[in-house]
Design a protein around this ligand. Structure first.
Ligand code: AMP
Length: 119
């Protein structure tokens, strides 16, 4: 993916980010507009638009992404009280950046999974 992908530019070091963990294939950095006391984004360095494309295209890399997310949760002290791991996907999912990213959210009770009761 070229320079028009924000998260590819973070991987390339062209845009600054507060990196909390890096592996050969993944990068974790703090969300610029945190929605919880801990809010870290975990991405594969390779560009995939969303979690469906990643999961179908490279399941091993998807597993590495999960391992990095778990390590971040441990580093941030979230394993005891729990946390939320979230992939917004597509228009209905509210995805804004089309480079797959897991949101690691925690540090306080996060409330219901969805803001609105769909029933
Ligand atoms: P989503 O709505 O799931 O696509 O989430 C995109 C997330 O990226 C939002 O939570 C933004 O706050 C976050 N974000 C946007 N730009 C940056 C940036 N330059 N550094 C870190 N996080 C960012």
């Amino acid at each position: 993916m070229g320079n028009d992908c924000l998260f590819c530019r973070i991987v390339a070091g062209e845009i600054p980010a507060t990196v909390v963990r890096e592996t050969a294939t993944t990068l974790a950095f703090r969300d610029i507009d945190p929605k919880a006391p801990v809010h870290v984004l975990v991405i594969p360095k390779e560009h995939y638009a969303d979690v469906a494309t990643l999961g179908q295209g490279d399941p091993a890399l998807a597993g590495e992404l999960l391992a990095t997310a778990a390590a971040v949760a441990e580093d941030e002290g979230l394993l005891g009280d729990g946390f939320r791991l979230m992939f917004n996907t597509g228009a209905y999912g509210g995805q804004e950046v089309f480079h797959v990213h897991a949101h690691v959210l925690g540090g306080a009770p996060l409330g219901p999974m969805l803001a609105r009761d769909m029933a």
